[in-house]
Design a protein around this ligand. Structure first.
Ligand SMILES: [Zn+2]
Ligand SMILES: [Zn+2]
Length: 233
């Protein structure tokens, strides 16, 4: 009986797949395709992730399905995936996918890695919850319309950078007034920062006032703040 060996590397370590040893076979053939990176939207408020058009709780079973949906298995009998995940770091999870199966009834497996990356979003229900919610109003008063438009554009720009950290940093509504505009904002924290920045830039002094709003708890009175900024000139 002649000893079987791998024509590629000379190994006598069987079993052989399509005439070569398993390591040599895997060097030339992929058992499955998997993108190096998979991006998924995740709600910044409740942490649910978007999967197949639905918002789902982020748990291993869902992450496994998410990866499986993005793989393509290439000619393997009885394929079966095993996954493992690293702890999340900076919005990323390293996932290891091992595919086991058979070729011509010989067991074979291959391991690949992908990075699950989460991007900030708002799920439908969180979006609804915040759409009518507001904490502050900026009353911008000015004489020249062009100045007003310029400042509103600056406020929008500030909000878009603040919204990365503060999901309520947005204009809920805007109302033109005789000598200016009222901007209603979701977040008081961001409204206060914006009022300071704009007042500083235009040498104005913001006048802050507040009203008690409905819906506070016993320990925490809910307040709605108003920042009135008169632009001189
Ligand atoms: Zn070999
Ligand atoms: Zn949400």
């Amino acid at each position: 009986m002649t000893a079987k060996f791998c024509p590629s590397c000379g190994s006598t370590q069987g079993p052989f797949v399509r005439g070569v040893c398993r390591p040599c076979f895997l060097k030339k053939h992929s058992l499955f395709e998997l993108p190096a990176k998979l991006q998924t939207a995740r709600c910044r408020s409740c942490g649910q992730i978007s999967f197949l058009g639905k918002w789902r709780k982020q748990e291993p079973a869902v992450l496994k399905k998410l990866i499986e949906k993005n793989t393509r298995i290439l000619g393997l009998e009885n394929p079966e995936f095993v996954f493992s995940f690293s702890p999340e770091e900076a919005g990323k999870i390293r996932a290891k996918a091992t595919l086991k199966g058979e070729i011509d009834s010989i067991e074979i497996e291959q391991e690949k890695e992908t990075i699950l990356e989460f991007t900030g979003a708002l799920c439908d229900s969180c979006m609804k919850a915040v759409s009518n919610y507001y904490e502050a109003t900026i009353q911008l008063r000015f004489e020249k319309k062009e100045i007003g438009e310029k400042i509103v554009a600056e406020i929008e720009k500030l909000l878009s950078s603040l919204s990365k950290e503060d999901l309520l940093a947005k204009i809920v509504s805007a109302k033109n007034q005789k000598h200016g505009i009222d901007l209603v904002l979701g977040s008081n924290k961001s409204a206060s920062k914006i009022a300071k920045a704009i007042a500083n830039k235009y040498h104005a002094r913001p006048v802050v006032s507040y009203k008690q709003a409905k819906g506070g708890t016993r320990d925490k009175v809910k307040k709605r703040f108003t920042y009135c900024i008169r632009i001189p000139g």
